[in-house]
Design a protein around this ligand. Structure first.
Ligand code: CA
Length: 225
């Protein structure tokens, strides 16, 4: 379980990081909103602890962007201000829970556990296109029952496609979602990754699931009903 802690106050960051590591969570840290978004473009996190007041981009903006990118990891907002308005704002932008500073570490932990438990049950629903199955809970991908080992980028690409069956995913959408917001595809890295993914998923099977949309991007087929 990897948790991203976004907080600009070094002491609080250290306090949360140490506490979580003692509970055997893997912790990554970002000290401002932009750094957080960059890390979220590169890594997968199981949960995000997000301070409201941050330099560069505040917690509300970051949360909005997280949900716009369809990152579904639960978000716990941290704030020094305990006003109803702030809570509503955060929750409206896609935060799952709220902790008011100063907080007892035990309370934060309990909320993390509750969200991760909920996540497990929600994420049980597998994605399927024809005989291709992706299980978000275990990150396992199979085609006709045969496991397909994928790199983390390939997995995220496939997850992105499978959540949008029949929809065209442009290179810009893919770049922003998988590689980060300010991504510039200077070395055809998207085409190369999709090509590798296709080799593993479709190979030379008669039913090719991932299609090229010329000059635009890619899509995974939508099954005829
Ligand atoms: Ca702060």
């Amino acid at each position: 379980m990897t948790i991203l802690v976004v907080e600009d106050e070094y002491k609080i960051t250290r306090f949360i990081q140490r506490g979580l590591e003692m509970e055997h969570y893997t912790v990554d840290v970002a000290y401002d909103g932009e750094e957080a978004l960059n890390k979220l473009g590169v890594n997968d996190y199981d949960l995000i602890i997000l301070d409201l007041m941050l330099p560069k981009k505040d917690g509300i903006e970051v949360c909005k962007e997280i949900r716009a990118r369809k990152i579904d990891a639960p978000v716990i907002m941290l704030t020094a201000r305990d006003t109803i308005e702030d809570r509503i704002k955060g929750l409206d932008q896609g935060a799952d829970d709220y902790v008011v500073k100063p907080f007892a570490f035990g309370e934060l932990l309990a909320r993390i556990r509750a969200l991760l438990r909920r996540e497990k049950t929600v994420k049980r629903s597998v994605l399927q296109v024809a005989d291709l199955v992706l299980d978000p809970a275990t990150h396992e991908v199979t085609r006709a029952g045969t496991p397909i080992p994928l790199t983390s980028k390939e997995y995220r690409l496939l997850d992105y496609f499978m959540r949008r069956p029949g929809q065209v995913c442009t290179r810009t959408m893919i770049g922003e979602h998988i590689w980060g917001y300010n991504f510039i595809d200077s070395s055809n890295v998207i085409d190369v990754s999709v090509s590798n993914l296709r080799k593993k998923v479709d190979g030379d099977l008669p039913l090719q699931l991932i299609k090229t949309v010329r000059n635009v991007g890619y899509k995974i087929i939508q099954e005829p009903r």
